[in-house]
Design a protein around this ligand. Structure first.
Ligand code: 5RP
Length: 224
């Protein structure tokens, strides 16, 4: 059922893409459906350039025939479609469950319009149940984690196959369980000041619309 909701949201968001656009391509199992749909649209003749937010997304997009470019070639992106781990009523997001938050944030910041695709389980009144992903440099990572825990979270180093997960940028990810993030903007400012932190999975005032996949329809959330 959840997979159907993801598919419904992901495919719906492909309708936002117009011929000739530079399109940021997010990372994850929901936006995968947007990318597959865009692949079908490319075969039918639409001409777009995709800017991938991860190596995995780049591979998927190429495999379905989407032409790729880099953000250095296309520093202004018309529209980006991406997933999220949590969404609040103000369209603030937690992202980074797939470990691509740094590139996702750079691409979101460069985008004129950011569309987020989620299934309904990701919509929350308050952010923080999902552990907040934070990308940190490897040097001094234990100390960085200690400083993060002093902000009231339980930090855990993300692992993959018994070794630390390494991002596409060669860094570590720490997942910080806050439970309730009452003021995402203030928390982001505090974490941003910690040496060793590269990027934070809080996306504040970045999403323009969220497409929520439900059992039988999609709901569109817009920033209040
Ligand atoms: C990757 C992300 C993803 O967009 C987020 O984790 C949602 O993924 P999914 O659609 O697979 O639940 O932020 O860094």
């Amino acid at each position: 059922m959840r997979e159907e909701m993801k598919k419904r949201a992901g495919e719906y968001a492909a309708k936002y893409i117009k011929d000739g656009q530079v399109v940021g391509l997010g990372t994850g199992s929901t936006v995968k459906y947007t990318i597959l749909e865009l692949g079908r649209m490319v075969k039918e003749g639409i001409d777009i350039i995709g800017i991938p937010t991860s190596k995995a997304t780049g591979q998927l997009a190429e495999s379905v025939g989407i032409k790729l470019g880099s953000i250095d070639e296309y520093p202004e992106i018309d529209i980006t479609v991406d997933g999220a781990d949590e969404v609040d009523p103000n369209l603030n997001l937690i992202k980074g469950g797939g470990g691509a938050l740094l590139r996702e944030k750079i691409v979101a910041h460069a985008s004129k319009y950011e569309v987020i695709v989620v299934d309904e389980s990701k919509v929350k009144k308050v952010l923080g149940e999902f552990p907040l992903p934070i990308e940190i440099v490897r040097f001094g990572y234990r100390r960085t984690m200690n400083v993060l825990s002093s902000l009231g979270c339980g930090p855990s180093l993300r692992m993959q196959d018994k070794t630390p997960f390494i991002t596409d940028n060669g860094n570590y990810i720490v997942d910080c369980k806050f439970n309730r993030i009452e003021n995402p903007k203030i928390l982001e400012e505090k974490i941003d000041k910690i040496p060793g932190v590269v990027e934070i999975g809080l996306f504040i005032d970045m999403a323009n619309e969220v497409v929520v996949g439900k059992k039988e329809e999609v709901e569109i959330m817009r920033r209040p």
